[in-house]
Design a protein around this ligand. Structure first.
Ligand SMILES: [Zn+2]
Length: 93
């Protein structure tokens, strides 16, 4: 799996869940070094989101699942079945 330099996936039970597994997590629950990724359900394209900007937009108490209906693939434009995942900023990079 390719991802941006300096970012690695969180290796715990919250790492990936295309449906509700991480959707209940609120922006305020995220650690400083955790970031939110989105993955296209159609073509597999994935991207990292600006969680701080999104927290401002949706509110710190909003569950990150609130993003799901708004996700749009940057490659194919798909809006259906897109998943969320968490990543960690690698501070040693
Ligand atoms: Zn796509």
């Amino acid at each position: 799996m390719k991802h941006h330099r300096g970012i690695e996936l969180v290796r715990d039970h919250r790492q990936i869940d295309p449906e509700e597994g991480i959707g209940h997590i609120r922006f305020r629950d995220l650690a400083e070094w955790e970031i939110i990724g989105a993955r296209c359900g159609k073509c597999g394209y994935s991207n990292w989101l600006d969680r701080w900007k999104l927290a401002n937009k949706y509110g710190a108490d909003a569950p990150i699942a609130d993003l799901r209906p708004h996700l749009r693939c940057g490659k194919c434009g798909n809006r259906d079945g897109n998943g969320l995942r968490l990543g960690a900023i690698n501070r040693n990079a």
